[in-house]
Ligand binder design. Structure first.
Ligand code: SF4
Ligand code: SF4
Ligand code: SF4
Length: 200
C-alpha cells in the first residue's frame, strides 16, 4: 500500500515559540517577505488570572483533493507519486491562479524565484534523505508529529486513534492532511470556528 503522509499539530503541546517557523525559513531559504509556515497566536481566552492562548499552525494542508492543482493551467502544480502536492518550477508561468484558488491562503509567489511556493513537507531537502521535516525536528515540545497514516504501527495513527482531532474547512472537500489536536483549554479563532462548522 502506498504511503499517506500526514502531519499532526498538537495544540496542547504547542507553546508558540516559533522554532518551527525559524527552522522552516532556514531549511528552505524562504525570502523575508513570505513564509511557508506561521504559528498564529490567538487569544487570550478565559478569565483573568486564568488566561490562555491558542496556537494555530498556518501552512499548506497537503490537500488530497487540491484546488491549487485543479486550476493550474500548465501542470506546474501537481500531485507526485508520493501523494504530495508539489510544484514543477520550470512549468510555472506565474499566473497565480493557484494562489487565488487555495482556500487556506497559504500559497504565495516566491519573489526571488517568481515561482509559486508553499510547504512541501520538506520533500526534497529532508524526506528524500529519510529525515523528518525541519519543523518537526526543531519543535522543542514534540507538538508536531509526522508519518504515514497508512501504517497502522505509526505514531500518527496511534495518536489519531487515541485523541480527538480535527482538520480545517473539511466541508470544502479538500481532504487536508494536516490534523490538529484541539486545545483542552478552549478558544477558537472566528475563522476556524466558522470553517469547522461549514459556514465558510
Ligand atoms: S492548502 Fe492550498 S496550496 Fe496546499 S494543497 Fe491545499 S489548496 Fe494547495
Ligand atoms: S514541512 Fe518543511 S516546508 Fe513544511 S512547514 Fe515544515 S519545515 Fe516548512
Ligand atoms: S516549534 Fe513546536 S511549540 Fe514551537 S511554535 Fe512550532 S509547533 Fe509550537
Amino acid at each position: 500500500m502506498s504511503k499517506r503522509l500526514i502531519m499532526i499539530h498538537d495544540e496542547n503541546k504547542c507553546i508558540g515559540c516559533q522554532a518551527c517557523n525559524i527552522a522552516c525559513r532556514s531549511e528552505n531559504g524562504t525570502p523575508d517577505e513570505v513564509t511557508r509556515l506561521q504559528v498564529r497566536v490567538e487569544g487570550p481566552f478565559g478569565d483573568a488570572p486564568n488566561l490562555h492562548f491558542k496556537y494555530n499552525r498556518v501552512s499548506c494542508q497537503q490537500c488530497e483533493d487540491a484546488p491549487c492543482v485543479k486550476v493550474c493551467p500548465t501542470g506546474a502544480a501537481y500531485v507526485g507519486e508520493d501523494g504530495l502536492v508539489s510544484i514543477k518550477a520550470e512549468k510555472c508561468v506565474g499566473c497565480m491562479y493557484c494562489v487565488a484558488a487555495c482556500p487556506y491562503k497559504v500559497r504565495f509567489m516566491n519573489p526571488e524565484t517568481k515561482v509559486a511556493d508553499k510547504c512541501n513537507f520538506c520533500k526534497e531537502t529532508r524526506l528524500a534523505k529519510g529525515e523528518l521535516p525541519a519543523c518537526v525536528t526543531a519543535c522543542p515540545t514534540d507538538a508536531l508529529i509526522f508519518g504515514d497514516a497508512n501504517d497502522p504501527s505509526s505514531e500518527v495513527v496511534k495518536i489519531l486513534n487515541t485523541k480527538p482531532s480535527y482538520q480545517d474547512k473539511t466541508h470544502l472537500g479538500t481532504k487536508p492532511r494536516l490534523y490538529r489536536i484541539p486545545t483542552k483549554r478552549g478558544g477558537s479563532s472566528h475563522e476556524q470556528y466558522l470553517g469547522r462548522y461549514g459556514a465558510i
